[in-house]
Design a protein around this ligand. Structure first.
Ligand code: URA
Length: 199
């Protein structure tokens, strides 16, 4: 556990000290690295911090976070049991969607974060984080369907030494999508309950 905390702290420093990353997000106030239990069985991956997250340096603390917290409590989990992060860890200007280039810049750091935590299940929230791992298919078709992701698809040097390279991934809609499209609420609730089958 301490080893994981030390590795996460070192990774956080690597991101903070990466001038290219910070220069690419000039309006961001804080790095939103991720938080939760380093021994979590389930790791949630959202898209990018919004205004509230940027100010508090914590993921999912705004309206989407409330939906996530409620869904967690309905399956008797809370934030202390899980780990929550985003693919993009600085807030994109004006809350716009992260670009492919921004996602690619952060991808090695996200993969490294996953390899430290080694969860039993990855849960992507929304199409942006899903598409980092699943290269074809839409979120409408793939949500709630478990996939095995072999990290050998990524060309990162550090992966050659990783003992575990295949992770189970459950793609979910983004919680904010259930605010804008009430029809997705039922799918969100059903998909979320599936988490318990895999942890
Ligand atoms: N939406 C996300 O995808 N991530 C956050 O941290 C907050 C809102």
């Amino acid at each position: 556990m301490n080893q994981k905390i030390d590795s996460l702290i070192a990774l956080r420093h690597k991101i903070i000290n990466n001038d290219k990353l910070s220069a690419s997000f000039p309006s961001a106030t804080n790095l939103v690295f991720g938080e939760g239990n380093p021994d979590a069985k389930v790791l949630f991956i959202g898209e990018a911090p919004g205004k509230n997250e940027d100010l508090k340096a914590e993921p999912f603390v705004g309206a989407s976070g409330k939906i996530l917290d409620k869904a967690l409590s309905e399956i008797n989990l809370d934030r202390k049991d899980v780990y929550i992060t985003n693919i993009v860890k600085y807030r994109p200007e004006d809350n716009r969607d992260p670009s492919d280039e921004e996602k690619n810049m952060f991808l090695p750091f996200l993969v490294a974060q996953i390899l430290i935590i080694k969860p039993s299940l990855l849960v992507t929230l929304g199409r942006h984080s899903m598409s980092c791992f699943i290269k074809s298919g839409t979120i409408n078709a793939l949500h709630g369907r478990l996939a095995d992701i072999d990290f050998s698809i990524f060309d990162f040097e550090f992966l050659t030494k990783a003992p575990k390279k295949v992770f189970k991934l459950l793609p979910l809609f983004h919680p904010a999508a259930t605010i804008y499209n009430r029809n997705l609420k039922e799918a969100w609730d059903n998909d979320f309950k599936k988490i318990l089958n895999y942890i």
